[in-house]
Design a protein around this ligand. Structure first.
Ligand code: ATP
Ligand code: MG
Length: 565
């Protein structure tokens, strides 16, 4: 995938703290073209934020911070049919959690409805906008194509007086949805379809979360965005590449209106990740149709989903820094994101023992009823994290995968007659294998060597394998939720067929056993289950039933599985 080449280059460029956006901002500052750098993050509150939005947030807040300016959080709430308070709250929570603070700079495009309306009347008075009575379909049919010019509307030459009268009556609510629109009068033959008399206002009888039913007409994105930027004194309006073709219209509006400042729009590549869909439309469908449990399902690429899964904000920031900001679209390997997650967790996560698929082990020569406490290290690279006591007894649990009845040569774990080290405890040797009627191994009878306490043999004999374990009587049951990618294809179709690309095995639930210490863990703060990966307590956990999410495996087991299915 050539995305790898590109991301490596971007990472290098970013090491120097540079990208083409920062170069532009630097040049504008140096030349005195801007006094204070002001950026904005402008989400539409019609869904939860995802990791692609994180790229935009980190860029906008980051640039403002680096140049001593500020970044506004602006809700682009111009379409009341799709927007909800739940989304407004979630967006604020997620931006804060990512580590950014907009201070008092919280704005809404809806705060500017009156001023935007006034500017629309100004355009009409200047002969640069008109009310069109064509239907939605007629407007579309007359817009032309990439190779053919559009046709002028029969209503294009209306007088200023008639236009003003109709537009005011649109505002007053005299006409039903879709009856009329206000269009800019630019050029129906323009090579850029966005310039062929774009729609500035449409009639919409709908209740808005902030303005209620005060408005019967709503501005288009193109009419609201640039003017909102100008009102807020935005100097650099950073958006994704799909807006490049809208820039002439952005500039046209600002150049033809008496606005208080003159922002500039710059476009950068949106984030695309393998095995991931970052389209709000698709994510909304996944939630609405129950393919996931909600916006914060840990399989979702949403900020809320990643947080619930245990991904630290620092890992997201690190990832965004590594991929950098470029001008050309690319597809980033999700492995790069997982690398950042492991990097962050390896440093921060305390070590614990858990057995995901338990197999019972009885130590025959260990006295019945005896329990001893052993010391276990909380973090191998951070001794200040201290140690904890773990209990050892006659009945233990080990991982089913750590035993094989007829092992291949390089299997250094447990097998009939083989000796293995139990982490922080003793060497044990397997003496007998008990099976059920179905022929499955259900119990191992072993012996331990009391002289090997702590993991070393006084006679110097070596064992190659070390496995984790739990004392059966002291282990706590926990539902372990293992997550795999939501999609089976590296580039899932964002189109109509994305359901066909959904991974039927994206969630695997195991009846695991964990150290009692896990019950005191914090929700969303991962620990490392030794040899099993990073896990965090889920908010579904109760006193009676622990539930933990696998944030991520220790290495990329998924890639391996794909290579050798
Ligand atoms: P839609 O417009 O289809 O509802 P959207 O993802 O563009 O979806 P917005 O709320 O408009 O949602 O996005 C807010 C900001 O985040 C925009 O400036 C947009 O360019 C940016 N953004 C959205 N998706 C990505 C992405 N994948 N990578 C980087 N930036 C993104
Ligand atoms: Mg958008």
């Amino acid at each position: 995938m050539n995305a790898d080449v590109k991301t490596a280059g971007e990472a290098a460029a970013n090491e120097a703290g540079r990208d083409f956006i920062r170069d532009i901002v630097q040049a504008d500052s140096d030349a005195g073209r801007v006094k204070e750098v002001v950026t904005r993050f402008p989400p539409e509150p019609n869904g939860y934020l995802h990791i692609g939005h994180a790229k935009s947030i980190i860029l906008n807040f980051g640039v403002a911070q680096e140049f001593g300016g500020h970044c506004n959080l602006r809700f682009d709430d111009t379409n009341p049919t799709r927007e909800e308070q739940e989304y407004i709250d979630a967006i604020q929570r997620d931006v804060r959690w990512l580590g950014f603070d907009w201070g008092k700079n919280l704005f809404h495009a809806s705060d500017y409805f009156e001023r935007l309306y006034g500017w629309a009347e100004d355009l009409i008075r200047a002969g640069k906008a008109y009310v069109d009575d064509q239907t939605h379909e007629q407007i579309r049919a007359n817009r032309g194509t990439l190779t053919e010019p559009g046709k002028n509307s029969p209503f294009r030459e209306r007088s200023v007086e008639e236009n003003l009268d109709l537009f005011r009556r649109m505002r007053a609510g005299e006409f039903p949805n879709g009856a009329r629109v206000l269009r800019a009068k630019i050029d129906m033959a323009s090579g850029n379809i966005n310039m062929r008399d774009p729609v500035l206002y449409r009639i919409l009888h709908a209740s808005h979360p902030r303005t209620g039913t005060a408005w019967k007409i709503y501005p288009s994105y193109d009419f609201a965005h640039g003017q909102s930027d100008a009102i807020e004194g935005i100097t650099h309006s950073l958006c994704t590449l799909e807006f490049e073709d809208h820039r002439p219209l952005y500039d046209w509006c600002l150049d033809n209106l008496n606005v208080p400042s003159r922002p500039r729009q710059y476009e950068f590549a949106r984030l695309n990740l393998t095995y991931t869909v970052l389209s709000k439309r698709v994510l909304t469908t996944l939630v609405r149709d129950g393919h996931v449990t909600g916006w914060d399902d840990p399989r979702m690429p949403t900020i809320a989903g990643l947080r619930r899964r245990g991904v630290p904000a620092a890992a997201i920031r690190d990832f965004v820094k590594r991929i950098g900001v470029a001008k050309a679209n690319s597809l980033v390997d999700v492995g790069m994101f997982e690398f950042s997650v492991r990097e962050a967790l390896n440093k921060s996560a305390l070590r614990r023992m858990a057995v995901l698929k338990p197999l019972k082990v009885v130590i025959e020569n260990y006295p019945e009823g005896q329990v001893e406490e052993l010391d276990a290290v909380n973090h191998p690279d951070d001794l200040t994290a201290g140690t904890r006591k773990i209990k050892f007894s006659r009945e233990l649990l080990i991982e089913q995968d750590d035993f094989m009845e007829s092992p291949p040569k390089k299997f250094f774990r447990l097998a009939p007659g083989a000796e293995v080290r139990l982490r922080y405890a003793y060497f044990i040797t397997c003496r007998e294998v008990n099976k059920n009627a179905a022929g499955e191994v259900v119990e191992l009878r072993c012996t331990y060597d009391p002289a090997t306490k702590g993991g070393n043999a006084p006679d110097g004999r070596k064992v190659k394998g070390t496995i984790h374990w739990l004392s059966a009587a002291h282990a706590v049951p926990a539902e372990a939720r293992l997550y795999n990618p939501l999609f089976t294809k590296p580039d899932p179709s964002g189109g109509e067929n994305f359901i066909a690309d959904l991974n039927p095995n994206s969630l695997e639930i195991l009846d695991a056993r964990v150290e009692p210490a896990l019950a005191d863990a914090q929700v969303e703060k991962p620990v490392q289950f030794e040899r099993n990966g990073y896990f965090c307590l889920d908010r579904d956990a109760t006193k009676d039933k622990l539930v933990c999410n696998r944030t991520i495996g220790l290495r990329d087991t998924w890639a391996k599985e794909k290579a050798n299915p």
